[in-house]
Design a protein around this ligand. Structure first.
Ligand code: 5AD
Ligand code: SF4
Length: 443
């Protein structure tokens, strides 16, 4: 590879889950610390980091087509291309072999080494690092800087559950929990820099534990940070739910009334084949306990349709579970065979048109419930965290406690927590009237 110019500007493109968004922000901070500038919107960057997701199909193909596009757009000065994230972890060697335009490949546990890898590429050597050191990364990252009113904080990574469809245990590695003192420091820094809400992230966020301290104690400790107004967490696993976490929803005011608890299927046979180690009924009983603790809790979940062998009757069980729960929001996906996972080689893979039809029916149920949830909120008074300006002059966008997008007009500023009345509901957002301004509320 020829010697190339040291990059001065960069762009990080993150795909997939919120943990990738967090990783993307941390990479951007790392590059800024190295003296590079973020390329302005629309301008070409000297370095492009593709922070990829591998959870469902077509991820790798998408990476190759993005690389092709970048090379073409760059003409005789193509950017340095770095492939990061879970596709890098799973298919790093292949990417290096197939795409000579890629300068470096870095896995999700190794991106703290990005600066030295860039130097290596500048020196004419391509670089690849997909090591999985358990805790080196976070210690090597610079302190948090630019943050908006709502910030992410990864507290836990990896997964030991090995659901039979899922690549995460292979791409993100075993479950690790970051030390409590590091998390407290990072949360305080985020709040000092303007964050008013922190969403705690982890593949199994509620599996976090440290020196006998469980996830609910972490929430209680973070809630003591004075200017932090809201705490959320995602994604949780039914098997890691504790009585303490359920109680925290009743007792910690700053913990928002929203729970994302994936179930994947309403059929016990399918759940067993998925290695989920919970049943539809045990899941519903768990939700009952959460709702007893926090009656206005908004529920969210993840679903997979067309898992190998899923019959029509088993799919109907999923629809019945959705009816029974009444989700405020939910995410549903067609099963996608991931190389190296047990389900990919199971018999009875389901035909694409069957999956399409099931997905459509499931999404119709979910959309119906989401609209019903939003409509039932009309007339409520609630607090909204103001996150950004809207398109119209004087308009602001923010989130209700139940994670609904809310827009309103009036005197406010980013980071304010304002009191509103929700007046009109759509499937994806609500209109509100401002009752008190942020300044009045703070007075
Ligand atoms: N196919 C389809 N959906 C998947 N998910 C994880 N793996 C797969 C797969 N192979 C979904 C699950 C999970 C969410 C993050 O992505 O619903 O909860
Ligand atoms: Fe994947 Fe299951 Fe782990 Fe979630 S719990 S990351 S779905 S293996």
């Amino acid at each position: 590879m020829r010697q190339i110019r040291a990059p001065e500007t960069f762009r990080v493109k993150s795909f997939g889950c919120q943990m990738n968004v967090y990783d993307g922000e941390r990479m951007a901070e790392l590059l800024a610390e190295k003296g590079m500038r973020a390329a302005p919107e629309g301008a070409e960057a000297d370095l492009v980091v593709l922070n990829t997701c591998h959870i469902r199909e077509k991820a790798a193909e998408k990476v190759y087509s993005d690389i092709g596009r970048l090379v073409k757009a760059g003409g005789d000065r193509p950017p340095m291309i770095a492939v990061a994230g879970c596709v890098a972890q799973a298919e790093g060697e292949e990417i290096m072999a197939r795409a000579p335009a890629v300068g470096l490949v870095v896995g999700p546990q190794a991106y703290h080494r990005l600066p030295s890898m860039i130097d290596q590429v500048v020196g004419g050597q391509r670089a690849a690092d997909t090591d999985m050191p358990a805790d080196a990364k976070f210690a090597a990252l610079p302190a948090r800087r630019r943050v908006g009113p709502s910030a992410f904080l990864t507290i836990q990574e990896g997964c030991d559950k090995f659901c039979t469809y899922c690549v995460v245990p292979y791409t993100r590695g075993a479950e690790i929990s970051r030390p409590f003192s590091d998390l407290l420091r990072e949360a305080e820094t985020l709040v000092e820099h303007g964050a008013r809400e922190i969403t705690l992230l982890g593949q199994n966020v509620n599996a976090w534990s440290n020196d006998e301290t469980g996830f609910d104690s972490l929430i209680r400790e973070l809630a003591k940070i004075p200017d932090l107004r809201r705490i959320r967490y995602t994604t949780s696993h039914p098997n890691d739910v504790t009585e303490g976490l359920i109680r925290a929803h009743a007792e910690v005011d700053k913990l928002m009334p929203y729970l994302h608890l994936p179930v994947q299927s309403g059929s016990d046979r399918v759940l067993r084949a998925m290695n989920r180690s919970h049943t539809a009924d045990s899941y519903l009983r768990l939700l009952d306990r959460f709702r007893a603790a926090r009656p206005d809790l908004a529920l969210s979940g993840d679903f997979i349709v067309g898992f190998p062998g899923e019959s029509d009757a088993e799919f109907e069980e999923t629809l019945r579970l959705v009816d029974a729960v009444g989700y405020a929001q939910a995410f549903s996906f067609k099963y996608s065979p991931r190389p190296g996972t047990p389900a990919a080689t199971m018999d009875d893979q389901i035909a694409g048109d069957v999956m399409d039809e099931r997905l459509q029916r499931l999404q119709a149920s979910i959309n119906r419930d989401q609209l019903a949830f939003n409509e039932a909120s009309v007339g409520k008074h609630c607090q909204v965290l103001v996150e950004r300006k809207g398109k119209k002059p004087g308009q602001w966008l923010g989130k209700s406690p139940w994670l609904q997008s809310v827009h309103f007009e009036g005197e406010a500023a980013m980071g304010d927590v304002v009191e509103v009345e929700l007046v009109q509901a759509g499937p994806n957002s609500l209109a509100a009237l401002l009752l008190t301004s942020g300044a009045a509320e703070a007075a």
